[in-house]
Design a protein around this ligand. Structure first.
Ligand SMILES: Cc1ncc(COP(=O)(O)O)c(C=O)c1O
Length: 457
């Protein structure tokens, strides 16, 4: 079938340059082999994250000019509230400066020290905020999530038996709430099915537990439901989104993904007025007055518009199609990747790709470094380097998967860029036995991957 081009044309461009190989080598050494320490201007194609790195539409830029910068009661806030109510069907909303701001405001209202939060697979800042509130983040994702060659359509699903077992083992009073991450970033952008959302709701109801979404990629999740779940093929994306959110009590969201903005976050509360009044009170000292929540009025306008654009099917078709295209090119060359390709990124199975390296030689990081050296492309490791050490024993933990994540910013790169990335990885694959592992030489205790220094083995 003929490949459809991007459903937009380019009105403004930003130059990028590929610096020579010898310079890339030098920049890597200066960055102590940690790609977070590279300057963005030394990166040709930046696939570090899809968070806040996408392109806004002309309509969003136009909306920015209409931002009402009033401290309280801004017109832009009410426009965002309308867009949120229409998109999610919940009654109450609070903007925040980004996703972790939403977690920081909501979680202390839900978690008592010593309680657990049961999720499919918690994102790292989410886990950090649960722990900062004295809680423990427990993952109950389906086991197929850890088998990169397993092509199940909904590898982000919660393992219902594991969820029930965890509630019974901990005792229901020790469970703060249940959190479903849609799509599940840490599992490779894998979606959660509507049937699974319903099943989790039933368990939560049986134990009288609140259920929340970590909704950063809600529209991509809805698209996968439409394409993969029988019974939803003729439903519109907005209808599917409304149904998904009807099953939860509320959500936190990093709007830097499916809000199609460079900064922003949201808390949504379905109908619990008491919880919402506590959220409003908590937002003030942490994020700002509830009608701006750490954002400028213009940011609220861009987000209100972004929420309407993200559920348009031609956009989602192109977005998910571009990620799938990159994945399929790699699969055709025999490169092992997380299958099926997820919503926002291609996750290369670096453990298999560099099977001569042990976990403690960090194959995901070794491949990340090699890709920058080869082509100036910046990806990111998701594996044992990211996982870090056991806080009690100080021992290096072993990740079930050693991955290189190639995260695609929204509406930013073209198919030509995808070809360039795939070709570079294919060249590395052909000489993969030459790639050396790395060791950590300096690290912090919390979230070390952002700042650690490494050396080649
Ligand atoms: C699933 C998920 N939750 C929460 C966050 C945190 O959001 P933010 O980076 O906006 O603070 C992210 C960011 O990548 C995410 O992917």
């Amino acid at each position: 079938m003929q490949k459809m081009p991007e459903p937009y044309r380019i009105k403004m461009v930003e130059s990028i340059q590929l610096i020579p190989r010898a310079e890339r080598e030098r920049k890597l050494a200066e960055a102590h082999y940690n790609v977070f320490a590279l300057r963005a201007e030394d990166v040709f194609i930046d696939l570090l994250t899809d968070s806040g790195t996408g392109a806004m539409s002309d309509a969003q830029w136009a909306a920015i000019m209409t931002g009402d910068e009033s401290y309280a009661g801004s017109r832009s806030y009410y426009r965002l509230e309308d867009a949120c109510r229409e998109t999610f069907g919940h009654q109450y909303f609070a903007p925040t400066h980004q996703g972790r701001g939403a977690e920081n405001v909501l979680f202390p209202l839900l978690i008592k020290p010593g309680q657990v939060v049961l999720g499919n697979m918690h994102f790292d800042t989410t886990k950090a905020h649960i722990e900062l509130k004295g809680g423990e983040a427990v993952n109950c994702i389906v086991p197929e999530a850890f088998d990169t060659a397993n092509c199940s359509p909904f590898k982000g699903n919660m393992d219902i038996a594991c969820l029930e077992r965890s509630i019974e083992e901990n005792g229901v009073e020790k469970v703060a709430f249940v959190l479903l991450t849609i799509t599940c970033n840490s599992a490779g952008g894998q979606p959660v099915s509507m049937a699974n959302i319903k099943a989790v709701r039933e368990v939560a109801d049986r134990y009288h537990l609140p259920l929340f979404f970590d909704a950063a990629r809600f529209a991509e999740n809805a698209y996968f439901i439409k394409k993969r779940e029988p019974g939803y093929e003729n439903r519109s994306i907005p209808q599917i989104v409304r149904e998904m959110f009807a099953y939860v009590d509320g959500f936190t969201m990093s709007a830097k993904k499916d809000g199609l903005v460079n900064i922003g976050g949201l808390i949504g509360i379905k109908d619990d007025e008491v919880l919402y009044s506590k959220v409003r009170a908590n937002v003030v000292p942490i994020e700002g007055f509830p009608t701006y929540g750490g954002l400028a009025g213009r940011d609220l306008e861009a987000l209100a518009r972004g929420l309407r654009e993200v559920v348009e099917e031609p956009y989602l078709e192109s977005r998910i199609g571009q990620v799938a295209y990159l994945g399929e090119k790699m699969l055709a060359a025999g490169i092992p990747i997380q299958q099926p390709v997820g919503g926002h990124a291609v996750f290369v199975d670096a453990g298999k790709f560099l099977s001569h390296l042990h976990n403690n030689e960090f194959p995901g990081q070794a491949l990340t470094i090699e890709l920058y050296r080869e082509a100036g492309v910046r990806g990111v490791e998701v594996g044992s380097f990211l996982l870090g050490r056991d806080p009690r024993t100080g021992e290096q933990l072993v990740s079930p998967l050693e991955l290189l994540r190639l995260t695609i910013p929204r509406r930013t790169y073209t198919f030509n860029h995808m070809d360039f990335v795939a070709d570079a990885l294919i060249r590395i694959y052909q000489r993969r036995h030459e790639v050396r592992g790395v060791k950590v030489v300096e690290e912090s205790q919390v979230l070390r991957h952002f700042t650690a220094k490494l050396a080649l083995l």
